[in-house]
Design a protein around this ligand. Structure first.
Ligand code: ZN
Length: 209
């Protein structure tokens, strides 16, 4: 298993393009997203509904690559965020722990001690949450609150026209925060049985509160 991230990144190269190249080397499809400057989305649209969280190539939101040269060409400016495509194309599932609806407390009480969460690659999100990355070789639909309130599953898109993704390392959040990888770790495999098991555990906690 490949350990990501810091070993592969030179200290001076902690930017979204370098992170994209490391992800792509491991079979994870990536594309650039709009960055954030002074709390304004790079798309410059005053009614942007997902500031800093949408693909840069708006006509083809599903356009993403594993090819190092193609990715370098896609990153034709330095202020771009990183879109990490989840689901079967990347064999990637991300569990998104959010402060919304007590998600972070549920994580601390029920999930943080589990080997699954201690052993896999994770990214501190720009809003103070955590993205846990897992290899997943089954079809699992993305679901808001899929594990418990405030803990989402990001994997396969549930509608044909939609794409499923997370914002990746070194991207800027609208709040001014930056997405930062936690300790270098491999991305370990999760199964649908694991997901059922942890969501039963987390939901029990959530209903007790
Ligand atoms: Zn925007």
């Amino acid at each position: 298993m490949d350990i990501i991230f810091e070993q592969q990144l030179k200290p001076a190269a902690r930017d979204t393009l370098s992170a994209a190249l490391v992800m792509a080397e491991q079979g994870i499809f990536v594309s650039p997203g709009f960055g954030v400057e002074n709390t304004v989305c790079g798309c410059k649209n005053s009614t942007c509904f997902r500031p800093g969280k949408h693909p840069f190539i708006q006509e083809r939101p599903d356009y993403a690559s594993l090819d190092q040269n193609e990715i370098i060409e896609m990153w034709d400016r330095s202020d771009l965020n990183l879109i990490v495509h989840t689901g079967r194309r990347s064999n990637l599932l991300v569990i998104d722990i959010d402060h919304r609806d007590g998600g972070f407390e549920t994580y601390l009480d029920e999930l943080a001690g589990l080997a699954l969460f201690q052993s896999t690659f994770a990214v501190a999100t720009g809003s103070g949450g955590i993205h846990f990355y897992f290899r997943c070789f089954e079809k699992v639909g993305s679901r808001k609150d899929g594990i418990a309130p405030g803990i989402d599953i990001c994997c396969d898109a549930t509608k044909r026209e939609n794409i499923s993704y997370v914002v990746g390392p070194y991207s800027k959040h609208i709040s001014g925060g930056v997405y930062k990888p936690l300790e270098p770790k491999p991305i370990i495999t999760i199964t649908s049985n694991d997901i059922e098991r942890i969501s039963a555990k987390a939901k029990k906690r959530a209903t007790r509160r």
